[in-house]
Design a protein around this ligand. Structure first.
Ligand code: HEC
Length: 169
């Protein structure tokens, strides 16, 4: 009985401590503050599990069709992805170096993700990161699928291709 009372008292002290810590302004929300390893581990795993569970839409068109990939390259440039993620031969904007978490290199992401997962992230964004929801900005699904086609192709897109595709009339 005494043990239970002790555990109860400890939980109340911990809860009050947490309220003071977070609502008293002691927790730093600075983008530049580093978080403990366990927090970033948890955030990464929660993100991956969430994307896995929610993504399920299948591409309505073949993603290796050159016209689709090229339309995706133009949308990638026009929608501003390149400002945060960079592109073949295209530098990201300086401000993107201040984003925490960092926008990942999409050449690497392309190999690790299914098209359905890329589609879901581009359409819905990632909460509390710099990754916007392009669905919310009005980008139609069909255009988002062209961007997925381009991102999947990224590992083999040359600087010359990217330049030609994005400056085409
Ligand atoms: C304002 C900056 C910004 C813009 C613009 C932006 N992104 Fe991102 N993006 C991010 C950040 C930051 C992350 C990392 C999110 C995280 O770590 O959870 C990210 C993550 C991603 C991911 C990886 C998610 C995963 O599965 O790990 C993909 C794919 C992606 N972005 C694609 C795009 C595409 C395509 C566009 C344009 C349509 C775009 N992004 C525009 C900042 C941006």
């Amino acid at each position: 009985m005494r043990l239970l009372a002790f555990i109860g008292a400890l939980s109340i002290i911990a809860a009050v401590g947490a309220v003071i810590f977070f609502f008293g302004g002691f927790y730093s929300v600075a983008g530049s503050a580093t978080e403990p390893g366990v927090v970033s581990w948890a955030l990464i795993n929660v993100r991956e599990a969430s994307i896995d569970r929610h993504a399920g839409d299948q591409p309505p068109v073949p993603l290796d069709d050159p016209a689709t990939v090229q339309a995706g390259a133009r949308a990638f440039a026009a929608r501003g992805c390149v400002n945060c993620h960079g592109g073949p031969g295209a530098q990201w904007a300086k401000f993107s170096e201040g984003l925490r978490p960092d926008p990942p290199d999409l050449k690497d992401i392309a190999k690790e993700r299914e098209p359905s997962q890329l589609f879901w992230v581009i359409k819905n964004g990632v909460k509390m990161t710099g990754m916007p929801s392009f669905g919310a900005t009005g980008a139609p699904d069909q255009e988002i699928w062209t961007i997925v086609a381009f991102v999947k192709k990224l590992p083999t897109v040359s600087e010359a291709d990217y330049k030609a595709w994005t400056t085409a009339p």
